[in-house]
Write a protein that binds this ligand. Structure first.
Ligand code: NAD
Length: 473
C-alpha cells in the first residue's frame, strides 16, 4: 500500500491541512493499493495564493525562459517513462499499448507547447497603427477526470505555461499516484515556486473552491457535462474564462461502399478505445441497411476476438473499468439496453469468465438499437457499443446529429469525397475518416453539450490569453 499524503504547493511537498482520507483499488484485482489524504479549502486557498504570487514574477519572464521550463519538464518526464507507464497500468489498468500511446502524447505536449512560444504569437500588427497584444489571463485552475489523468495534466499545464499563466491543478482524486508522480516531475524540473501547484482533492471541495475563488482567472475543465454546467454557473460569478471539454456519444458511420475488413477494425478500435472509457469512443455504430447482415457478423467476430485482461498481459486489448462504482454504472446501462428492447449480439451482464476479481466488463454489442434508446443517447463509459441501422447517407447524418452531444465522429468508406461530404454535415468538433492523422495542433472540443471552447494548437493557447488592442495615432 502506498500513501499519498502530500500536496505540491509553492514548490514544496507539504502535509495538507485537509484530513479526509480515501482508498484506491487496483482495478484489475480489487486490491486496495493507495491511501490518499485529500486537500481541503485551506490548501486550495494556499495554492491559489502561491500561484498569484508566482504570476506576478512569471508573467514578466522572457519567452525564452518559458521555453526552458517547458523543455525541462519534458526532459525530466522522459527519464521516467517506464516508471510512469507502470504507475498508470497499476492505478488505471489500461492495456499497455494504450498507456504507451497516451504517455508518448503527454510527453510530446511539452514540446508542442514550447513551439508555440514565439513573439508573433503574443503580439502582432493589424496595420501600422493597430496592434494586438495577447496577455496571459492569470492563474489557471485545471480540473480533469480520471481517464488517463496524467495525459490531461500534461496537455492542460503545458498550454497554460506556454501562455504565461500559473497553475493550480486538481486532477481526479482517483488518480493520486499519477498526479503525485507528475508533481515530483515538476519539482525535479526546478520551476519557480508556485508556477504549478498540484492538489489531490474532491471536486465538491477543492474543485469548488478553485471555481469560486476570485484569485483564479481561468478554468480549463475536462469531465462530465453535469459537472461542467455546475462549474460554469459557479465560475461566472467572478467572470472566469472557462473552457469546458465534456461528454460525448460519437457516431461511427460505416458507409455502404466501405471495405468491411478495414471498416470493422476501425470502428472497433475507436469504439472500444481505452476500454470504452473515453469521451471520444465511437460507441454508436451506424450501419447501412443494405449490408446489415455481413457487418453484424463481422462485428461479432471482431469483438469476440478481443482479449479482455489486465495490463500485465501484453495481449490485453480491453482492460478493467476504473472503479467498482463505474463498473456498476456500466452494468446498469447493459441492463437498461436489454429492458428497452435492444438485441444483445455479444457480451452482456457480469464479468468475463476467469476475471471475476477486477472491474472487468464483457465487451458488449447491442444491435437493433433505436437512436432514442438510453444506450444510444447517454455516455456509458465502458466497452458497450450500440449498432443502429440506417437507410441512406441522409438518414445516417440525421441519426448521427440526433444527440445532445457533438464531440467527435468517425466515418469508414472508400469514397473519400463522399465521406467528406458527410463529415461536413455532422455537428461535431472532429471527424476522423478511416483513421487518425497525427496533428497535435488540430483543435479539440465539442459542439452542443460537449463543451465550450477548444484545446490544442492556436485555439487551445488563445484560451489562456486575453487579447488587448492598442491603437497609436
Ligand atoms: P467528473 O465530471 O465527475 O469529474 C471531473 C473532474 O471534476 C474531477 O476532477 C472531479 O473531482 C471534478 N469535480 C467534480 N465535481 C466538481 C465540482 N462541483 N466543482 C468542481 N470540480 C468538480 O468526470 P469523471 O467521472 O472524472 O470523468 C468522466 C467524464 O469526463 C465523462 O463524462 C467524459 O466524457 C468526460 N471526459 C471528457 C473529455 C473531453 O475532452 N471532452 C475527455 C475525457 C473525459
Amino acid at each position: 500500500m502506498q500513501t499519498v499524503n502530500k500536496v505540491f504547493i509553492n514548490g514544496a511537498f507539504v502535509t495538507p491541512h485537509g484530513t479526509q482520507q480515501i482508498e484506491l483499488e487496483n482495478p484489475a484485482t480489487g486490491e486496495i493499493i493507495t491511501r490518499v489524504i485529500l486537500a481541503d479549502e485551506v490548501d486550495t486557498q494556499n495554492a491559489i495564493s502561491a500561484a498569484n504570487a508566482a504570476f506576478k514574477i512569471y508573467s514578466q519572464f522572457s519567452l525564452q525562459t518559458r521555453q526552458e521550463y517547458l523543455q525541462r519538464i519534458h526532459d525530466v518526464m522522459a527519464t521516467k517513462f517506464d516508471h510512469l507507464s507502470d504507475i498508470i497500468s497499476t492505478e488505471y489498468g489500461a492495456p499497455q499499448w494504450f498507456t504507451k500511446f497516451a504517455l508518448q502524447d503527454a510527453l510530446r505536449s511539452w514540446l508542442v507547447a514550447k513551439e508555440q512560444v514565439k513573439p508573433e504569437t503574443f503580439r502582432y500588427h493589424l496595420k501600422e497603427n493597430a496592434e494586438v497584444i495577447l496577455e496571459p489571463v492569470g492563474v489557471a485552475g485545471l480540473i480533469s477526470p480520471w481517464n488517463i489523468s496524467l495525459w490531461f495534466m500534461c496537455v492542460k499545464a503545458s498550454t497554460a505555461i506556454a501562455a504565461g499563466c500559473t497553475v493550480v491543478m486538481k486532477p481526479s482524486e482517483l488518480s493520486a499516484r499519477q498526479n503525485n508522480a507528475m508533481a515530483e516531475i515538476f519539482n525535479e524540473a526546478g520551476l519557480p515556486p508556485g508556477l504549478i501547484n498540484v492538489l489531490h482533492g474532491n471536486g465538491e471541495v477543492v474543485g469548488n473552491e478553485i471555481t469560486r475563488n476570485p484569485g483564479v482567472n481561468k478554468i480549463s475543465f475536462t469531465g462530465s457535462t453535469v459537472v461542467g454546467k455546475l462549474l460554469a454557473k459557479n465560475a461566472v460569478e467572478t467572470m472566469k474564462r472557462v473552457t469546458l471539454e465534456l461528454g460525448g456519444k460519437p457516431p461511427s458511420i460505416i458507409v455502404d461502399d466501405a471495405d468491411l475488413n478495414k471498416a470493422i477494425q476501425f470502428v472497433l478500435q475507436v469504439g472500444l478505445q481505452n476500454s470504452g472509457q473515453s469521451c471520444t469512443a465511437g460507441t454508436r455504430v451506424l450501419i447501412p441497411e443494405s449490408r446489415e447482415t455481413e457487418i453484424i457478423a463481422g462485428l461479432k467476430k471482431g469483438v469476440e476476438a478481443m482479449k479482455v485482461g489486465p495490463a500485465t498481459d501484453q495481449d490485453s486489448a480491453i482492460g478493467p473499468i476504473i472503479s467498482k462504482r463505474q463498473y456498476e454504472r456500466v452494468q446498469n446501462y447493459i441492463k437498461k439496453g436489454m429492458e428497452e428492447g435492444a438485441e444483445l449480439l455479444t457480451g452482456g451482464l457480469g464479468h468475463p469468465e476467469g476475471l471475476e476479481k477486477g472491474n472487468f466488463v464483457k465487451p458488449t454489442v447491442f444491435v437493433k438499437v433505436n437512436n432514442r434508446m438510453t444506450i444510444a443517447q447517454e455516455e456509458i463509459f465502458g466497452p458497450v457499443l450500440s449498432v443502429i441501422t440506417y437507410k441512406d447517407d441522409a438518414d445516417a447524418i440525421r441519426i448521427a446529429n440526433d444527440s445532445t452531444y457533438g464531440l467527435h465522429a468517425y466515418i469508414a468508406g472508400t469514397n473519400i469525397e463522399r465521406a467528406k461530404k458527410i463529415a461536413e454535415q455532422l455537428q461535431v468538433g472532429r471527424v476522423a475518416i478511416n483513421g487518425f492523422v497525427d496533428e497535435p495542433r488540430a483543435p479539440f472540443g465539442g459542439f452542443k453539450q460537449s463543451g465550450i471552447g477548444r484545446e490544442f494548437g492556436k485555439f487551445g493557447l488563445e484560451a489562456f490569453l486575453e487579447p488587448k488592442a492598442v491603437f497609436g495615432i
